[in-house]
Structure formats: structure tokens, C-alpha cells
Design a protein around this ligand. Structure first.
Ligand code: NDP
Length: 493
């Protein structure tokens, strides 16, 4: 990308300061950090850096807004209208938001505009509908006496939301929309690599009628701002998406006041191709399953298990498709995938590429950097990796897939489940019994059959095993943003 386009695009950035109690403000100590364009390695802008004292201010604002403010006590219909309006505003500002996302995260602009921004808007529209439908039950009881007993679903309070850098606005919406629909107030910490779309969202939320203090945004670093939020005694719940290692740290930090936790962590999802699959469809779907967003997706189909009868044909077809992917700057309309989101992550993924080769796997395509500036990696297919090798067991979070042969269903189910993760899985087969039987046997929170990576605000998403706790999206998520209160009233006969 030429400097001119970069400078032009940077005009979409209006907000770089913390958003607390309805105001954009500097950090108390005036600290700032650089936000970097991963396509070029250049600084886009400086962003205010929240530290513990700023997080305290944001939590205090959210607490005031929860305890005495207008959000929790607003009628559900009015809350619904504000959330719907926010969804509309995201769509109305799709071009600016997509520009911000491309600058900050690197993903293709065209994709951000047709996918990320509408997905984020869709979450607000979907959750707007739930704001008026959060109900309890009337429960007949058998205790001696005469009682009217019922449950109420109530907001939990102040929730801390910690978001990663792979789908900045989308994952923000996954968390903010249900948290607000249920009547909570929010302190949101975006990832330090991608803070800008969360700040743009804050302004739109105010415009949509979400009162000051209800949504606060504190860009900053994990070990400082993130740690302060997760340990804060006045935060009632944390919902986090990111690595399993950081998820563990958050569990420890949350123990002080026994915060409720939702953790959406890593994955190493198996994608299984049976010999009766429609190969053309399976190859194209598996390509998107791993290379979409440069593989920076928690549900990426990064372990490919292909039946031995079709292995060569399938892997040959996937290699051809991988080699046809245009890797490039997100503002180039021909780019299919952009760079990795940061230098640190580029180095981490490059390390896995070297480890794969050192451990005896074969990179049949890719395995190298693309270009000499920015953080681009070529779509990579490994074969011949041992089941316990690093590239099969650890989440790489890059455009890297490992293909392995299998012989029968029992073997492939065992291989697919041979992981500490359990986020998602794919099955490709034209046999309906194979699909349902294998779907039931896979230890994963989502199973796609004859498709991959289909998400919808109505579908719950989350992990088994070390992929996390709780679920996002669907009406299921509301259980994780509400408390259940049981009320028993003795009624005179
Ligand atoms: P992290 O899990 O460290 O970061 C995710 C978010 O957590 C960021 O907002 C980060 O802030 C914040 N954070 C970091 N440390 C703490 C802490 N102690 N307390 C509270 N919040 C914290 O992921 P990384 O960016 O380090 O990426 C490492 C690996 O994690 C990737 O290679 C990938 O495997 C996995 N990952 C998984 C994701 C998923 O969707 N499940 C998303 C992102 C990463 P900050 O960025 O400022 O450090």
C-alpha cells in the first residue's frame, strides 16, 4: 500500500483516547502506545494507554451507571431500541469501520466490509430482540404451606470484557451486545494490537442512546489494564476470548471476589474428510476453514484428517487452491488474506514453521514469509507430522494446516479427540449416518458437516475441555450474563 492510501485511510480514525463515563479522555498519567499497521509495520496513530488507575475510573463509572443509572431500570423495549439502533449505526458506518479494521488488524477491506461489520451489527440486532424476552419461571413447590414461587433473571452487574485482535469488532459485539441486552454495564478492554474499532463503537453507542457509563473502553496492555480489570473487586463478571495460557491467568486473578467467568480460549480443530465426500466442496470448504483471516481464528480447521483412499487427490487439490490465494495488503482489492496481526505473532507463527520442519514434517507448500515488509505468511500445508508433534498439538493461529491420513472411523475419532482443546470440528461425508454418528462422538463445542466456519448470532459457540467455559451467542449466552433469583412468597389462604 502506498503511504498516500495509508494516510487517506487514517482519516477514518476519530478516536484514540479512553472512553469513560461517556467522554473520551486521556490516561491519567498521559501514557500512550503505538497502534501499528501490520501490512507495513508503520505506526498508524498513538492510543491512550489505560493503567490500573484508569481502570478504576472506568469501573467506578460502570458501577454508578449500574447502581443508579438509567440502563438497568430502562424499560426492556427502550433498551432493545437502543441496541437495534446501534446495529443500524454500525451498518451506516460500515466503510469507516472496515477501514479502521483493515488498518489496525490487516484483514482485507472488502472482507471487513461484507463480513466483519455486518456480523457485528447482526449481533446487536439479534440481542436487541432478546432484551424484551429475558424471563423467569413460575415454579409450583411442595413445601408445606401456600406459596407463590418464581425466578427472576437479573443483570449480574459490572462486567469486564477482554477481547483479542483477530476479529476485533466481531468479538467485541459477541460480548457487548448480550451483556447490554441483559442490563449489565461494561468495561471493555480491546487488544493492544487492535484498539481502534472498539473506540469507534463507543461513540456510536452513545449516539444510539446507550447512556454514559454503561459502556466504557480502556485500551491498554494485558498485564496492566487487563490484569487490573480481572482482579478488580467491583467487577462482577469477566468474559474473555484469547489464549488458554491467559485464560488460566484470568482464573487466578478472578478468585479474589469469585467473579463469574466466561472463557473462550484456543482451539486445534479437526476437519475430517471421509472417502464419500463431495471432494470439490470439501477442498474449497477446508481451504476457507484454515486460511480464512490468515488462520487467525480460534475455530480454524488446523488438523486435517483425510481418508487414505483420497488423500493424494484431496491434498493435491488443496495445495493448488492454497497456491492460488492472493496474500497481500488489505487495501488491495485482490487480496484474499492479509498479514498476521503483529510482529510478535508473525515471529510466533514463523517459529512453528521451523519447528514443524525440525520435527520431521514436510511443508508441501508455503512455510515461508511473503514479501519483505509487513507480517505476511504463505498458506502452508504440512504432511508427515507425528500425532504428538508440536504442530499437531499446539495452536499455531496462522495459515498453517497439518494433513494426516486415516483408515477407519474409530481411528479418526480417536485422532480428532487426541487434543487438550475442544472448540470445533468439521466432517465431510455424503452418508447421513456417518455425519450424525461422528458429530456425536467428537468432543467439541461446534461441529460443522459439509461446511466449515458457519456462524450465526442465534447459534451458541464455545469450547469443551481446555477451549473454555460457557457459551457465546444464541439465547444460551444470556444465561452467562444474568443471575437467577428465586423468590418464594408465602400467600395467606
Ligand atoms: P492473549 O490471550 O494474551 O490476548 C487476548 C486478550 O487478553 C488481549 O486483549 C490481551 O491484552 C489480554 N490479556 C493478556 N494478558 C492478560 C492478563 N494477564 N489479564 C487480562 N487480560 C490479558 O493472546 P495473545 O495476543 O498473546 O496471542 C497468543 C495466542 O493466543 C495466539 O497465538 C493464539 O494461539 C491465541 N489466541 C486465541 C484467540 C481466540 O480467538 N481464542 C484470540 C487471540 C489469541 P493485550 O493484547 O494488550 O496483551
Amino acid at each position: 500500500m502506498s503511504i498516500d492510501i495509508s494516510t487517506q485511510a487514517a482519516k477514518s480514525i476519530k478516536h484514540t483516547r479512553l472512553f469513560i463515563d461517556g467522554q473520551f479522555v486521556d490516561a491519567l498519567d498521559g501514557a500512550e502506545f503505538d497502534s501499528i499497521n501490520p501490512s507495513t509495520g508503520e505506526v498508524i496513530t498513538k492510543v491512550s494507554e489505560a493503567k490500573e488507575a484508569d481502570v478504576d475510573r472506568a469501573v467506578a463509572a460502570a458501577r454508578r451507571a449500574f447502581d443508579s443509572g438509567p440502563w438497568r431500570t430502562m424499560t426492556p423495549a427502550k433498551r432493545a431500541a437502543a441496541l437495534w439502533r446501534l446495529g443500524d449505526l454500525l451498518l451506516e458506518n460500515a466503510k469507516e469501520l472496515a477501514t479502521i479494521e483493515t488498518l489496525d488488524q490487516g484483514k482485507p477491506y472488502w472482507l471487513a466490509e461484507v463480513s466483519d461489520i455486518p456480523s457485528a451489527a447482526g449481533l446487536f440486532h439479534y440481542m436487541s430482540g432478546w432484551a424484551t424476552k429475558i424471563e423467569g419461571n413460575t415454579i409450583p413447590i411442595s413445601a408445606p404451606g401456600n406459596y407463590h414461587s418464581y425466578t427472576r433473571r437479573e443483570a449480574i452487574g459490572v462486567v469486564g470484557l477482554i477481547v483479542p485482535w483477530n476479529f476485533p469488532l466481531v468479538i467485541t459485539a459477541w460480548k457487548v451486545a448480550p451483556a447490554l441486552a441483559a442490563g449489565n454495564t461494561v468495561v471493555l478492554k480491546p487488544a493492544e494490537q487492535t484498539p481502534l474499532s472498539a473506540l469507534a463503537l463507543a461513540e456510536l453507542a452513545l449516539e444510539a442512546g446507550i447512556p454514559p457509563g454503561v459502556l466504557n473502553v480502556v485500551p491498554g496492555f494485558g498485564p496492566t489494564a487487563g490484569a487490573a480489570l480481572t482482579a478488580h473487586p467491583d467487577v462482577d463478571k469477566v468474559s474473555f476470548t484469547g489464549s488458554t495460557a491467559t485464560g488460566r491467568r484470568i482464573m487466578q486473578a478472578a478468585q479474589g471476589n469469585l467473579k463469574k467467568l466466561t472463557l473462550e480460549l484456543g482451539g486445534k480443530s479437526a476437519n475430517i474428510i471421509f472417502p464419500d465426500a463431495n471432494l470439490e466442496k470439501a477442498i474449497a470448504g477446508s481451504k476457507d476453514g484454515i486460511f480464512f483471516n490468515a488462520g487467525q481464528a480460534c475455530a480454524a480447521g488446523s488438523r486435517l484428517y483425510v481418508h487414505e483412499d483420497i488423500f493424494d487427490e484431496f491434498v493435491g487439490g488443496l495445495k493448488t487452491m492454497a497456491e492460488g490465494i492472493k496474500v497481500g495488503d488489505g487495501f488491495d482489492p485482490t487480496s484474499e488474506i492479509g498479514p498476521l496481526a503483529s510482529l510478535e505473532h508473525f515471529e510466533r507463527v514463523s517459529g512453528y514453521l521451523s519447528t514443524g520442519v525440525a520435527e520431521g514434517a514436510k511443508a508441501i507448500t508455503g512455510g515461508v514469509r511473503v514479501g519483505d515488509r509487513g507480517y505476511f505468511v504463505a498458506p502452508t500445508i504440512f504432511t508427515d507430522a507425528a500425532p504428538d508433534s508440536t504442530i499437531i498439538q499446539e495452536e499455531i493461529f496462522g495459515p498453517v494446516v497439518v494433513a494426516t491420513k486415516f483408515r477407519d472411523t474409530d481411528e479418526v475419532v480417536a485422532l480428532a479427540n487426541d487434543t487438550r482443546f475442544g472448540l470445533a470440528a468439521g466432517i465431510w461425508s455424503n452418508d447421513v449416518s456417518t455425519v450424525h454418528n461422528v458429530a456425536a462422538r467428537l468432543r467439541a463445542g461446534t461441529v460443522w458437516a459439509n461446511c466449515y466456519g458457519v456462524f450465526d448470532p442465534a447459534l451458541p459457540f464455545g469450547g469443551y475441555k481446555e477451549s473454555g467455559w460457557g457459551r457465546e451467542m444464541g439465547h444460551e449466552v444470556l444465561n452467562y450474563f444474568t443471575e437467577v433469583k428465586t423468590v418464594i412468597v408465602s400467600v395467606d389462604e
